[in-house]
Design a protein around this ligand. Structure first.
Ligand code: GDG
Length: 741
């Protein structure tokens, strides 16, 4: 540190001093010469006036003797070198002994009265001052007084030496002082910074004490920013948070407008029985996942306004700020007529594509008129999204199978937009998808997205195989990209998840209290083992199979009668459709039948609640249950399984999970079952009932860690990071070559 202080401070100082001396000393020399010369000139004048008394008479008499005696006295002043008395025309009247040969009456002619000049003689410089004398009645004459200036040279060099010595010593003292002062300051800063670093206090000025020096403040700021970035990076890897997601949007995507498009809206406004408007959070896995992402990123969510009071709360542009209790993004509602809803939502989406993609053995229905409406509603959404876009390159996140045509329609309207289509349901194998009459149109429009996301790699591979069979495109299986008409689309697996920690947990009472409350609410005795099922009432979710498994269990294990109850929440969904009406009827019939078989006066094997529950109560149910059954016949992911695990901060409870749900790839510590095998499901229930506490804890701990690390912020973060990379490549126009090569 010292060496650098010397090289950086002292040496430049000495250099500067050298430069100053080099240019300054001649100036000082000149100044000193001027001073001495003026002084000597003055003396010459004084001497001349003293000579004026006696000199005229001696000159008039041309008294050489007298002049010599008189001037000898004057010359006693050692600095007066000599005196010359000349005639005005130049002749010499008198000259003292030591007048140098370079000075003569002739050369003095050049000077006027009172003028002085420096002449150089062998013994040093000489100042010659000339004075004209015109005594009354006497011939005029000139007196030249010669002063020895050699003393000026010696004084100048002495003065120069003193000055150099003074400057040199001052500089050394100054340099020493500077080094000392700098060392003390640096030592103090180092002490403060080391204290900050070891005490990790950069975020808090109060803790670290106020700092008046701007430089130190800057260092602290830099440290605090570094710390923040580091924390965010750790979060990226281990613990994704809304803040980490915000950083991705800010730093990697450079804060574009984010537009989410879905059929289902995140908040529906409904009129209740008394005519008041209430807000409902729909039972939808897509909403569960996307809502926290939108809360973190802000932007606009475009969705079908399906609530009975939705029109009452929007502004003139059909927008409303949500979440209602703490608005952070805009919900733009799109209105669909009854026939649009019929053809688009109930028709092609839920009677065609939903059964097509789920292997639940419900035959898909494809009607030409539904297809026409599906396309026109996709176009309608494309118009709305294009209208909502505030720039030509927003990031548009399209959700689900309702919008297979939307990427293509949007690409023509907003060619520069980054379009992501996430498919929330499974993608079936190529033979299955092949039955769709409009597969080619759908696939080619889907490929206009920049990213096509699925829950699992298996779904991605099914999709690529489907493309391979039905579409003329270039597939790069290694990079998982598809090129169609010069556009590159990346196909990737992004396993969806839930927010961690779920917001509904924030005000939850402890597990014991939840257990009591739920049992009281649904009339289930304290000692009864509580099995839980929570679903949209959908044929893919295996609700009837679950009831049958419980029936089998009770049949095979009579001692469990009166000991275990399945509390089944089935939120009505798509109830207008025949398949769903039939499912609801069949479920009720089966539940009634089984209950009749086994129920006692104070116990029922199945409590079926066919009503939508508020989300806080759903979480209360998760906490109250002894185990949760998720035996979907086929499911893209299944977020009920993940929510159940997230709700169990007591590290208790058992999860039974279908191997045909995407979640089974991550939650391997669950009891995995084939939902089509009722016997296996019954045995799984038995295992869940018998599982020791320690094993429950260990399994739950592992599952909780998996979900915490792979939460929905990670899901969105990974997708948006890929979107950012694609945007960067597109900006460099290298996407085409690199992706298909
Ligand atoms: C699709 C895919 C994929 C249920 N009942 C109520 C209620 N719910 C909530 C649950 C959960 C959500 O609905 C259901 O999520 P899932 O993921 O289980 O199922 P889908 O709705 O079919 O979702 C699925 C998902 O998209 C995400 O990609 O996992 O595979 O089919 O959050 O808590 N919520 C409320 N009341 C209820 O009665 N409030």
């Amino acid at each position: 540190m010292f060496r650098s202080l010397i090289t950086r401070t002292v040496l430049p100082l000495l250099l500067a001093a050298g430069v100053v001396a080099y240019f300054g000393l001649p100036y000082i020399d000149r100044l000193l010469t001027e001073w001495f010369r003026t002084d000597v000139e003055l003396r010459a004048r004084v001497l001349m006036s003293s000579l004026e008394e006696s000199l005229p008479a001696l000159v008039a008499r041309s008294d050489q003797q007298g002049l010599r005696r008189y001037t000898a006295k004057v010359l006693a002043d050692q600095r007066v070198l000599g005196i010359l008395i000349c005639l005005p025309q130049g002749g010499t009247v008198f000259k003292t002994e030591f007048v140098p040969t370079s000075v003569s009456c002739e050369s003095a002619q050049e000077l006027s009265d009172g003028q002085s000049v420096v002449r150089h003689a062998p013994l040093g410089s000489v100042l010659v001052s000339v004075f004209d004398q015109k005594p009354a009645g006497q011939t005029p004459y000139r007196v030249a007084i010669l002063y020895d200036l050699s003393f000026v040279d010696s004084r100048q060099s002495t003065a120069r030496d003193y000055m150099l010595a003074f400057v040199g010593i001052s500089l050394v003292i100054l340099a020493l002082f500077l080094v000392l002062a700098a060392w003390l300051v640096v030592r103090r800063w180092a002490k403060i910074l080391i204290g900050d670093i070891t005490g990790r206090r950069f975020f808090d000025d109060a803790k670290s004490g106020p700092i008046s020096l701007p430089i130190l403040r800057q260092v602290r700021k830099a440290l605090s920013e570094m710390e923040e970035t580091q924390r965010a990076e750790i979060d990226y890897r281990e613990n994704w948070t809304p803040q980490a997601l915000q950083l991705v949007v800010r730093d990697q995507l450079h804060s574009p407008q984010i537009i989410v498009v879905s059929n289902r809206e995140p908040y529906a406004h409904e009129f209740n029985e008394t005519g008041a408007i209430v807000v409902q959070v729909p039972a939808s896995g897509m909403v569960t996942a996307l809502e926290p992402v939108m809360r973190a990123c802000s932007g606009t969510w475009v969705a079908h306004g399906s609530g009975s009071a939705d029109r009452e709360v929007v502004d003139r542009s059909d927008r409303v700020r949500v979440p209602p209790d703490d608005p952070s993004y805009t919900l733009r509602r799109v209105w669909l007529s009854e026939s649009e809803e019929q053809g688009f939502y109930y028709g092609l989406s839920n009677e065609g594509l939903w059964p097509l993609c789920h292997l639940a053995y419900v035959r898909p229905a494809f009607r030409g008129e539904d297809w026409a409406v599906y396309q026109s509603v996709n176009r309608k959404f494309a118009e709305v999204v294009a209208h909502e876009a505030q720039s030509d390159n927003p990031v548009i996140l399209i959700q689900d199978f309702h919008f297979a045509m939307l990427p293509g329609y949007l690409r023509t309207r907003r060619p520069k937009a980054t379009i992501v289509l996430f498919w929330h349901i499974p993608w079936p194998n190529v033979e299955t998808f092949g039955v769709c009459p409009w597969k080619r149109e759908m696939l080619s429009h889907m490929l206009m997205a920049d990213i096509l996301g699925f829950h699992t790699l298996y779904h991605c591979q099914n999709f690529l195989a489907t493309l391979d069979r039905f579409i003329e495109c270039q597939i790069d299986h290694e990079r998982m990209t598809v090129a169609l008409q010069g556009h590159i689309c990346r196909v990737a697996a992004y396993p969806i998840s839930i927010e961690w920690p779920p917001r509904w947990l924030q005000s939850m009472p402890d597990v014991q209290l939840s257990r009591r409350t739920v049992r009281e609410r649904f009339g289930i005795a304290e000692h009864v083992i509580l099995a839980l099922g929570v679903e949209r009432w959908d044929f893919t979710k295996g609700v009837i199979e679950r009831c049958l498994a419980l029936e089998l269990l009770l049949e095979q294990n009579p001692r469990l009668r009166g000991q275990v109850t399945l509390l089944q929440i089935a939120a009505p969904s798509r109830s207008k459709l025949a398949a769903y009406k039939a499912l609801q009827r069949a479920t009720l019939t089966e539940v009634e039948r089984i209950n009749k078989l086994f129920a006692t006066a104070d116990w029922k094997p199945i409590v079926l609640i066919g009503k939508h529950q508020p989300p806080e109560q759903v979480f209360e149910l998760y906490r109250a249950a002894d185990f949760c059954i998720v035996n979907s016949l086929h499911d893209g992911m299944n977020l009920v399984a993940k929510e159940f695990v997230a709700a169990r901060d007591d590290e208790d409870g058992v999860l039974i999970l279908s191997t045909f749900a995407g979640a089974a790839r991550e939650l391997v510590e669950a009891i995995l079952v084939n939902p089509f095998d009722v016997g296996e499901t019954a045995a799984a229930i038995r295992r869940a009932i018998d599982m020791p506490r320690e094993q429950r804890r260990q399994r739950m701990q592992l599952m909780r860690r998996t979900i915490k690390e792979n939460n929905v912020y990670r899901w969105a973060g990974r997708m948006l990071t890929d979107a950012a990379r694609i945007r960067q490549r597109q900006a460099l126009s290298i996407g085409q070559e690199s992706s298909v090569s």
